[in-house]
Ligand binder design. Structure first.
Ligand SMILES: Nc1nc2c(c(=O)[nH]1)N[C@H]1C(S)=C(S)[C@@H](COP(=O)(O)O)O[C@H]1N2
Ligand SMILES: [Mo]
Length: 240
């Protein structure tokens, strides 16, 4: 059963470590060896100094940190670039500062992975994807959007109407803190109404296309329409 108690917003432990902590306490996730190493170096010492063992019970995360590569890509906010290309009026490359200067939006939603874990009421902040698309200008032939990660492996896709929803954002903050490297920082896609796999981490390129090009997990059997509760590959009689 999931604990009902939520930790106070203010805590002596940094948010980053806090999330890492919860991750560390989660069994059954396949980590790349380097992720495991990072957690052991950064989180292990804190757990070791906690004689009560209570820290391990903090009910925060329940997030699993996923990467389809054996590494966690690393890019600072200063190094970060977001490219919008393909069927656009003008290709654009946004710096982090340019992204952050755009109208800010906030969402509080449950985060749910298709494999069954869910994190209730996660707060996200960022920029509406629709605003980013408008900045480049979408050509009339464009019907879909493809997202590519700078991890060199992951991709995702949405139809243009899905991409224009107000609950689809380029997120750069999570739970009032800069989006951490583990969670896909400096910026990731966050598709609130769909399963986690649609929310491409370490977002690098947004490409406007003529039709939907299935992404990494979609090529491996997940539904292209990832609506929570509707297109889980385990209840696929309800796919649209
Ligand atoms: N680049 C990239 N994005 C990704 C993934 C990934 O492996 N690589 N995993 C997806 C899946 S299946 C889920 S459930 C969420 C998990 O987000 P988290 O690692 O922040 O918990 O990221 C999604 N985005
Ligand atoms: Mo997932």
């Amino acid at each position: 059963m999931e604990p009902e108690v939520r930790p106070p917003r203010e805590t002596a432990i940094g948010r980053r470590v806090f999330l890492g902590l919860a991750t560390f306490g989660t069994a059954g996730v396949i980590f790349g060896s380097q992720i495991q190493g990072w957690l052991e170096r950064n989180v292990g010492p804190i757990l070791a100094k906690d004689p009560t063992g209570l820290l391990q019970l903090l009910p925060i995360g329940n997030f699993r940190i996923y990467s389809v590569t054996t590494d966690l890509p690393d890019r600072s906010r200063a190094q970060y670039r977001l490219t919008v290309k393909g069927l656009v009026e003008r290709e654009i490359v946004l710096t982090f500062d340019e992204l952050q200067a755009m109208p800010r939006t906030r969402l509080v939603r449950d985060f749910q992975c298709v494999t069954g874990w869910r994190v209730p009421e996660v707060e996200w902040a960022g920029v509406r994807l629709a605003d980013v698309l408008d900045r480049a200008g979408v050509q009339t032939e464009a019907r879909a959007v493809r997202f590519v990660s700078f991890d060199g492996a992951y991709s995702e896709s949405l139809t243009l109407p899905q991409a224009r929803r107000s609950d689809v954002i380029v997120a750069y903050e999570m739970e009032h803190a800069p989006l951490s490297r583990e969670h896909g920082g400096p910026a990731r896609l966050y598709v609130a109404p769909m399963y986690g796999y649609k929310s491409c981490k370490w977002l690098d390129t947004i490409e406007l296309t003529r039709s939907v090009e299935p992404g990494y997990w979609e090529q491996r059997g997940y539904s292209v329409d990832g609506w929570v509760g509707h297109s889980n590959h385990r209840d696929d009689e309800r796919t649209s």
